[in-house]
Design a protein around this ligand. Structure first.
Ligand SMILES: Nc1nc2c(ncn2[C@@H]2O[C@H](COP(=O)(O)OP(=O)(O)OP(=O)(O)O)[C@@H](O)[C@H]2O)c(=O)[nH]1
Ligand SMILES: [Mg+2]
Length: 364
């Protein structure tokens, strides 16, 4: 599961990637600086992990991670191959969620490919290219389905109706995720086609440092424009945060953040947002050797969660011993939780909850 950073050229995508990940991407003040996607594995900041570390005092702590991909900038005409558009769109298709970066800062020295700063127009440019690409997919599929529908095939007729709804939506500038289609029809006909505009999206407003806390007029416009999309809008001073990442010590970085008026880097919020966007959550294992956060898809069962550690754990799953994070913190240790009778024994059907602290019993 990975989230892709998408946007026009030169809006700060690679700079953002660099403040998230230790894998340094080339960033420079010219459009199309990035061609090949940069892939980074990013730790997911989680205060619960720090708390468990404090309580257990383990030899090591391992956070959850999420994969972030920095993709080349898209321009108008990308869906027709402009600016290596087809290759770049292919890179976006391979991701599971989209972090859409919008330039919301003024600076005459940083080139804007369309002449001036206007995040709403920029968003529409990107959306349109992604939608046009999806329209191609719909049209291809419709071609096939139409023939079958004509012969009276009921199933094909149903599919045709759904595809036509998508087609009309896309032609009117509506992304696949926002076209009104029933849940069943979506699963049956829409999901398998892996539309780009069906991927969950989060908007990242790249602002300058004096807007890091409360945003600016551009950000307000973005929020207004996307208010019906049910998408998160994150405000981030990307350039400034990239500078902060370069500082040597934690204390220095913290001081810098406080000067900006931030308690934690905006990038931390963004990473957690990406994790959520990918529909991922965390359970913990907590022992003296290691306290660790493990990543599972929302809704995973106990055996599936065990399988993230080792496939044998899943195959030979017997039961799970579960402590909720809150109970762990309230009672302060596994032994005390047990004493209080708050440790639960759960079976194969148990749906793991975000924050569960777990032990698995299994045989191989
Ligand atoms: N002033 C200011 N400059 C920024 C900010 N973010 C990025 N920049 C600058 O803008 C230029 C482009 O940044 P990149 O991160 O390379 O942009 P990109 O979106 O990856 O661009 P492409 O790879 O060409 O699509 C660089 O010179 C950055 O230093 C910001 O928040 N404020
Ligand atoms: Mg770049």
């Amino acid at each position: 599961m990975k989230a892709g950073i998408v946007g026009l050229p030169n809006v700060g995508k690679s700079t953002l990637f660099n403040c998230l990940s230790n894998a340094k991407a080339q960033s420079a003040n010219f459009p199309f600086c990035t061609i090949e996607p940069n892939i980074g594995v990013v730790n997911v900041p989680d205060t619960r992990l720090e708390k468990l570390e404090e309580l257990v005092d383990p030899e090591k702590v391992i956070p959850a991670t999420v994969e972030i991909v920095d993709i080349a900038g898209l321009v108008k005409g990308a869906s027709k191959g402009e600016g290596l558009g087809n290759q770049f769109l292919g890179n976006i298709r391979e991701t599971d969620a989209i972090l859409h970066v919008l330039r919301c800062f003024d600076n005459d020295n940083i080139v804007h490919v369309d002449g001036n700063v206007n995040p709403i127009r920029d968003k529409e440019t990107i959306d349109m290219e992604l939608q046009l690409k999806d329209l191609e997919t719909v049209d291809k599929k419709l071609d096939k389905v139409k023939r079958a529908a004509k012969t009276g095939n009921k199933e094909a007729q149903k599919e045709e109706t759904v595809l036509l709804a998508l087609k009309f939506g896309l032609e009117a500038g509506i992304s696949v995720r926002a076209v009104e289609i029933t849940k069943e029809d979506r699963l049956e006909y829409v999901t398998p086609l892996q539309f780009i505009t069906d991927k969950p999206v989060m908007y990242v407003c790249n602002v300058d440092e004096n807007a890091a806390v409360s945003g600016n007029d551009y950000v307000n416009l973005v929020k207004e424009a996307v208010k019906n999309e049910n998408a998160e809008v994150v405000v981030l001073a990307v350039g400034t945060e990239a500078d902060i990442t370069e500082l040597e010590t934690y204390e220095e970085r913290q001081m810098f953040l406080e000067d900006l008026g931030l308690e934690e880097p905006g990038s931390a919020k963004l990473i957690r947002g990406a994790y959520k966007l990918l529909n991922l959550e965390t359970y913990f294992t907590a022992g003296e050797k290691e306290v660790r956060a493990w990543t599972i898809p929302v809704g995973a069962t106990a055996p599936q969660a065990a399988g993230v550690i080792h496939t044998d754990f899943e195959k030979g799953f017997i039961r799970a011993e579960v402590i909720s994070y809150e109970d762990y913190v309230t009672f302060g240790s596994e032994a005390k939780v047990k004493e209080a009778g708050k440790m639960r024994v759960e079976g194969k059907e148990y749906i793991v909850k975000d924050g569960d602290v777990m032990h698995f019993r299994f045989n191989v």
